[in-house]
Design a protein around this ligand. Sequence first.
Ligand code: CTP
Length: 398
Amino acid sequence: MTEGKRVVLGVTGGIAAYKAAELTRVLVKKGVFVKVIMTGHAKEFISPLTFQVLSGNPVFSDMFSQEYYDMNHISLAEYGDVMVVAPATANIIGKMATGIADDLLSTVLLATKAPIVACPAMNDNMYTHGVVQENIAKLKKHGVQFVAPGYGELACKLEGVGRLADIADIVEAIEAAWTEKDLRGEHILVTAGPTREPFDPVRFITNYSSGKMGYALATMAARRGAEVILISGPSSLPVPRGVTFISVASALEMRDALMTHLEGTTAIIKAAAVADYRPAVLSESKIKKKGPLTLQLERNPDIIAEIGAKKENRVLVGFAMESEDLVENARAKLIAKNMDLIVANDLHQSGAGFQCDTNIIKILDPQGGVEEIPLMDKMDIANRILDRVKILTNAKRS
Ligand code: CTP
């Protein structure tokens, strides 16, 4: 997915050039091969040696150097799965927008067929200037993707829009840029995380769900071009880029959010660990300790069963975490709740379940099929689930 991919990183002359070093480090750590092109101005801010050491490759800058000619004139334009410009100054954006190729970076940018991700960073008066905004709009029309700068303190000590976007957001944009958009046209609703069922103003019952599986599904579906709505219970994970995010707490809130957004969806993936019960009474004041306390619980609605009863042409995928009789229990849920697929995982298997970054799953279908997916990263698991969803949505359409 990411390991073994190739990036050409163009670094231009802005104070944020030092952040491109961190971007290089993060990409290399993910197994990406990085080749760096620096403009002359970039070298005023940071030494090429930094990028050479971090990327493990020579740094290119001079169009007419022997070294560059020796490796074939346009090979950098063909090297990358994605070309990134970070930071992108107003100057390079202007050159890109007008087709100027007067140094190595601008020439390679014009010659490449790879997707281009540009990450502007500059003074906010420059960034909001009509000419820069027109250039950005023009480049977007030509397929250049922009990772918008953030708001905050700028190098000129003023506050404004112009800080280089977070490295995590840039990396996500790069990973999205090389991903095939095979889910374009799908409208996928994902639920994730635990629900929180309060019984007084400061206390609640919940479960250990981290949200990682649901967030991985939302991230990958968005990368693959789907319109994604992520309805999440409380989770500490960052909101995935490019999804519509709806934050909820209780099962009742999750059900309301889901029913509101059901219209127009082509697939619903219910990765949330919904609490089956909630306290029957919600005390308005904090419950004081006395003797033993008994909490009366009442059933929450079974959200997926409600959707299953009126799912129409949508693909419905549920999850089952079981501590015994995994396949039998999961199959019973699949049938009872009218799902198209159920993703089953075993609570006792190490490397599977709530808090880890990996999972081990079985995907069951109503025809009796069981696809066994061994231990892998939740992002890869998400892709395998989405591959199955894609087959089903296509089949339902035809
Ligand atoms: N689910 C739901 N609403 C609930 C409970 C569960 O939508 N009130 C969904 C979950 O999001 C999951 C699937 O149902 O996709 C299975 O959840 P699970 O808790 O394993 O199933 P239950 O049918 O509640 O069975 P159990 O008795 O094992 O809790």
